[in-house]
Write a protein that binds this ligand. Structure first.
Ligand code: DCP
Ligand code: CA
Ligand code: CA
Length: 378
């Protein structure tokens, strides 16, 4: 039965789960090296500048007690932990985290009617049919899933269960780590009432500040703002979204994920060429398009490739991996220029078509694209 069909029956509320792995990158490191457990563990993304320049990707809960969390400079993290001799600073290892993520997702997927991965450490799934639309069966399923993750991988997660994605996502964040929060259909509004509006998916700092100024600090208070006020302030799309969110209404379907493995663009040159400089303009346009699409879909890329279709219609490809996943357009441009320059030097033939691709994609953001979209607009 499709999501549409099931929601037509008013008595049947969907059962939607949101799973979020606890302190994910740091937990993966603890699993690989159990001697880390109990010590502050900080996962670092070192920048190209060397030394301790760069930012903290995440940290375990012990490190968070010292104010060390995602996004702060590594230097500041080291400073906050300078009196803690057993603190550990490790470099990100996306490949290993992705492998753990894939294994964990495979375990959970079995219990879903529909399964949607939204980031390396989180997923939505629907289990309405498997649970006969009975919220009373949720707890047992969650126990089974948590037990299997723990036994097979050693991994803990926090789970939110609700009649829709919006509330499930807020619920998974409600109790952590190793949490479970079930919000039955009748409990939705009471559950949301006292939470800050910033908990709504898509509401970033700017939107939150604006809503606070309008008198809505909590989701309960947001309910007092009428649809006209909200659409006037935020536009029709976001205004309506916020109006519904305040009431715990969200009809977004769980979308079965098809694994995206690469993003590419290809173009036919205006004039066949074997001169690097003549192809540069097209290359830059391709890179910008690929980059835009990659960012919009919430990915970073670890591999860059170019593709040439030559005059005899043969194809030449070249690709290279980065040290760590990147979201940088400059890096994409730099690497694809280098690859094109090499390819042109190696081949005597004219080029007809040119393509750029990024692959080894890492979905680093848990939030859907609305998040970015909303704070840009407001
Ligand atoms: N991440 C990152 N940079 C950020 C935020 C997150 O590199 N600014 C990475 C590291 C995290 C992973 O994404 O382990 C998942 O992000 P979460 O926000 O879910 O945070 P954690 O899983 O680390 O912690 P929590 O237990 O709060 O979910
Ligand atoms: Ca997490
Ligand atoms: Ca997450």
């Amino acid at each position: 039965m499709s999501w549409d069909a099931s929601s037509k029956d008013k008595n049947k509320q969907r059962i939607i789960f949101h799973v979020d792995f606890d302190y994910f990158f740091a937990q993966c490191e603890e699993l690989r090296d159990p001697s880390l457990k109990g010590k502050p563990v900080v996962i670092c993304v070192y920048s190209a500048r060397g030394g301790d320049s760069g930012a903290v990707s995440t940290s375990n809960y012990k490190a968070r007690e010292y104010g060390v969390k995602s996004g702060i400079p590594i230097k500041l993290a080291k400073n906050r932990l300078k009196d803690v001799p057993d603190a550990k600073f490790l470099q990100v290892d996306h490949e290993y985290y992705t492998e753990m993520s894939d294994k964990a997702m495979a375990i959970i997927r079995k219990y879903a009617d529909r399964f949607e991965v939204v980031g390396v450490d989180e997923a939505f799934f629907e289990a309405s049919e498997k649970l006969d639309y009975d919220f009373n069966k949720v707890e047992e399923l969650v126990k089974t899933i948590k037990k299997e993750l723990k036994e097979q991988l050693g991994l803990t997660c926090s789970i939110g269960v609700a009649p829709n994605k919006l509330v499930a996502k807020i619920a998974s964040d409600f109790r952590k780590p190793d949490g479970l929060t079930i919000v039955k259909p009748k409990e939705v509004q009471a559950f949301l009432a006292d939470l800050s509006v910033g908990k709504i998916i898509g509401v970033g700092k700017k939107t939150e500040e604006r809503l606070n100024e309008m008198g809505a600090k909590t989701i309960g208070e947001l309910e007092n703002l009428d649809i006209y006020t909200l659409t006037k302030e935020f536009g029709k799309k976001i205004g309506t979204y916020l109006y519904n969110a305040a009431r715990g209404i969200d009809e977004e379907p769980v979308m079965e994920s098809e694994a995206i493995t690469q993003i590419s663009r290809i173009t036919t040159l205006k004039k066949n060429s074997k001169i690097f400089e003549e192809m540069l303009g097209d290359l830059e346009t391709l890179c910008k398009d690929v980059h835009k699409s990659t960012i919009e879909q919430g990915f970073s890329f670890k591999s860059v490739g170019i593709m040439l279709v030559l005059d005899d219609l043969s194809m030449k490809t070249k690709s290279r991996s980065l040290k760590s996943p990147s979201t940088s357009l400059d890096e994409l441009l730099k690497l694809s220029k280098a690859l094109l320059e090499e390819a042109v030097a190696e081949s005597q033939m004219m080029v007809r078509r040119l393509g750029v691709k990024v692959s080894e994609l890492v979905s680093s953001k848990g939030q859907d694209t609305l998040f970015k979209f909303m704070d840009e607009k407001t």
